[in-house]
Ligand binder design. Sequence first.
Ligand SMILES: [Zn+2]
Length: 72
Amino acid sequence: MKPGNYICTVCNYIYDDQKGEPRQEIAPDIPFTSLPPTFVCPECSADKEMFQPCSCVSLEEAQSERIQNLCA
Ligand SMILES: [Zn+2]
């Protein structure tokens, strides 16, 4: 279990708070819950609301986890 990751339920993009998101000018070590409300998925422009907590560390793992338990 790796806390801090959030997954976009639309396109499976994973926000890793240890990496941040350079495309959104998000510095590393910013928790997802501390992101500005204007943050959107860099891949599909989905709102923050479309993200959910996820222990996944890779897209492949995310996809297999979602099949098993929706990453809950
Ligand atoms: Zn997305």
